[in-house]
Design a protein around this ligand. Sequence first.
Ligand code: DLL
Length: 419
Amino acid sequence: MDYMPVEPLRALQLHRLQWTVKYAYERVPLFRKRCEERGVRPEHIKTLADIKLLPFSKKTDLRDEYPMGLRGAPMDEIVRFHCSSGTTGKPICIPNTMQDIEVWKNGAMRCLTMYGIRAGDVLQVAYGYGLFTGGLGLHYGGEGLGCAVLPISGGNTERQIMLMRDLGVTAIACTPSYFLQGVDFRRDTKLRHGIFGAEPWTDEMRETIERETGIVAHDIYGLTEISGPGVAGACPHRTGLHIWEDHFYPEIIDPDTLEPLPDGEVGELVFTTISRCGTPMIRYRTRDLTRLRTEKCPCGRTMRVMDRISARSDDMLIIHGVNVFPGQIEAGLLRVPEVAPHYQIVLESTDTLDRFEIKVEVTDEAFSDDIRHMENLRKRVLDAVKSIIGLTPKISLVEPNTLPRSEGKIKRVIDNRKK
Ligand code: DLL
């Protein structure tokens, strides 16, 4: 499917969109009610552009309709639930049918194939197993390709490394922050591939990982609401991430006006699932910020490419009146070679201007008792960050291995400001 010519691909998408809209209209009361309010009926969807007639859906819908108000398929077709906790309140719950699991597995397999992973590879799945989709998503994808899968889940880093060596692991799937726990995963191992996602990470982070460990760092994207890891992935040309748009139809919208944006413009990523039944999601607002590219990818895949997700709209910080994304800070920090890829952004209210501090670890080689050396390094780090965000944070250089590590998605921002 990856190389399907564009014309039949668009015809397939339209066919599947029409099917999905009818399916959801007949089965999901909230969707039907919103369509009725707008005077839209399934037969009004005559072209792909007509998708703009349909109502959006959001995470709060899943929360308000908890546990299963957006379910499409009858209960005897549901084979698995996945949930995502979010930061506040009730989790969201996504019922999946067997077909949904197949669609998801297909996306994960296509990503792994694109990364050059094959039968014969040994895949260590260090994403969490359970309600989170990371573990089972890569597990099914790896097994589907005939890889030998090691379902180790997160945690117990010593055991991870022992088994990696002893079983000849060639590929690991985990969050980039877990991979960077500070332990040398690569030493005496056959590891060649990292399959990284589930949290925003920058090109600078990818370069740091590849330089420090000698593996190839692949980007995999996905979200519980739409299926799991394997909605999109980066090909070796690194033009961005190919979206498996025969199953997940993408749009970019202006998050303020909600109007669709043309290809090439940055906005909020919106997905419509066009072959899922358990929870058909229509025009789901992901909060992820990116753009769809117009150039053809040299790999020959026709599936549209989006820029890597380096920010979510809800991650945006307003500091001293300026909009700042954590990824911008990461990009600045990692331009300084003596800086290790471990940092924390701390914000506190004070009587005057809010305190804005960046704590960052220095590499073993660069850490020193020589105050002049450290002060000089601190100034270079500050200049690198300041040149991107235009603000002057307090930079605190800290000793290697002192900032908190994570086994899953890392929390880099500590915002203690009074709201
Ligand atoms: O994180 C699914 C996943 C598991 C993806 C393993 C990749 C690997 P959720 O917990 O529902 O699902 O979180 C989805 O994580 O909307 C993005 O904000 C972020 N995210 C996922 N992959 C990437 C990525 C899983 N490659 C949310 N780059 C999404 C940047 C990512 N952000």
